[in-house]
Ligand binder design. Structure first.
Ligand code: AMP
Length: 401
């Protein structure tokens, strides 16, 4: 059942307490990537354009939870918001999100005005899911809205205890969160076949639960990246000095068997672009079945790209999580770029194409095809948990549409 969205409630004159994800990278006081702020603008515009009084709350970084820390202040975010929306009155009242100064600023809000409160994690209660802390926040709003997908899988106070404390009031999702759920959860449940999953990245252990869930849904799982080497070693291949999780060999074998039992194709690389080490300008050699000692697999090879392409090229639904090579280091970006481009081409032919995870989103941007995916998810951990088939406690108590 889809959740009610902020657009579906009357916010005129009401105080909307909106949990957003302003956890942006900041270096020496300067925001180096403001995407998360820009992505929240539709939610902000929706409230202020309809006369709502908007109270924004977020965390930033990992402060100790014992009060204000200048390094983790949301002040640069307030400044950036004012640049992005120069006509809005955006207050940033206090160094503490629940002190009297913050509460007074919220009381003084006029329709169409905004305040951003300081980093929730300056209070230890945020990470601990503390109900006392959530109760203080709850007094600041008539309506609760969650638009923080990157944190949606966490049991933090502002995600779970806060909407609980606001029971009886409207509790809804913002447009960003609504879109993530629509694609990563609802769309995949009724996905058209052939349905292909592409998984990569560094560790099998991180993706184990997702593979387990996906094996039951998809027709093929294409495995690339360093995690492929744990599977290949489990099958008796020599993998040189490629990254392997030796403690996962048993689990990898079990997944291979489960895929065979389910008649789901588990497609592993058949050739590997290898280097001597994970570094630029390392000597390069392509190996096929086995990799010699002293070489590490850093990207899928041309035959593998072709094989993956034959699956992707027929798919009606594709989900992708994790780069298939060490794409940050040239030339080991080629496989990942090719995968991105092949999936984007399927979108053009009417397939549903979804990618998730911070690295994968970055790779898709790098390949210049982000706008040719049906959906590029913004949350790493959160998107992986949805692929694992898990549901979020933070969403459970929000109103149904
Ligand atoms: P993850 O966070 O698990 O999705 O892993 C992403 C990281 O895996 C990226 O930084 C990639 O550079 C890295 N990666 C992918 N393939 C390989 C590989 N074959 N060897 C080493 N690192 C890899």
């Amino acid at each position: 059942m889809p959740k009610k969205t902020i657009d579906q409630v009357d916010v005129n004159g009401k105080r909307v307490l909106m949990r957003v994800d302003f956890n942006v990278p900041i270096e020496n006081g300067t925001i180096t990537d403001d995407r998360r702020i820009r992505m929240t603008l539709p939610a902000i515009d929706s409230v202020v354009s309809r006369g709502g009084r908007l109270v924004l709350i977020s965390h930033l970084g990992r402060p100790k939870g014992r009060g204000y820390e200048a390094d983790a202040s949301l002040a640069p975010v307030a400044a950036r918001l004012r640049e992005l929306r120069p006509k809005l009155n955006i207050g940033f009242p206090s160094q503490d999100c629940v002190d009297e100064q913050a509460a007074a600023a919220v009381r003084a809000l006029k329709p169409g005005e905004v305040v951003l409160l300081e980093n929730l994690r300056f209070h230890g209660g945020e990470k601990n899911g503390d109900t006392g802390f959530a109760g203080k926040l709850a007094t600041l709003g008539d309506i609760y809205c969650n638009d923080a997908f990157g944190t949606a899988h966490r049991p933090d106070a502002s995600m779970v205890a806060l909407p609980k404390a606001m029971a009886g009031k409207p509790r809804v999702v913002g447009p960003l969160l609504a879109k993530e759920i629509k694609y990563l959860s609802e769309a995949l449940r009724g996905a058209e076949h052939p349905f292909v999953a592409v998984l990569g990245g560094s560790k099998v252990s991180d993706k184990l639960a997702a593979i387990g869930n996906l094996l039951a849904e998809v027709d093929a799982v294409l495995v690339g990246g360093a995690m492929a080497y744990t599977f290949l070693k489990a099958l008796g291949h020599r993998v040189g000095s490629s990254l392997v999780e030796d403690n996962m060999l048993g689990k990898a074998k079990a997944i291979i068997e489960e895929a065979a039992n389910r008649k789901t194709d588990l497609v592993l690389p058949v050739d590997h672009v290898c280097g001597r080490e994970l570094a630029r300008h390392t000597p390069i050699r392509v190996f096929e079945e086995h990799i010699d000692d002293g070489w590490m697999g850093l990207d899928i090879g041309p035959s593998t790209i072709g094989r993956f392409g034959s699956y992707i090229g027929r798919a009606r639904t594709v989900v992708w999580n994790g780069p298939v090579g060490a794409f940050e280091i040239l030339p080991f970006d080629i496989g990942t770029r090719q995968v991105a481009t092949m999936i984007a081409a399927r979108t053009d032919s009417g397939a549903l194409t979804i990618c998730g995870g911070g690295d994968t989103a970055a790779a898709v941007e790098l390949a210049g095809v982000a706008d040719r995916f049906s959906h590029v998810s913004t949350g790493g951990g959160a998107s992986l948990e949805l692929l694992e088939g898990r549901s979020f406690e933070s969403l459970a108590q929000l109103d149904e549409a």
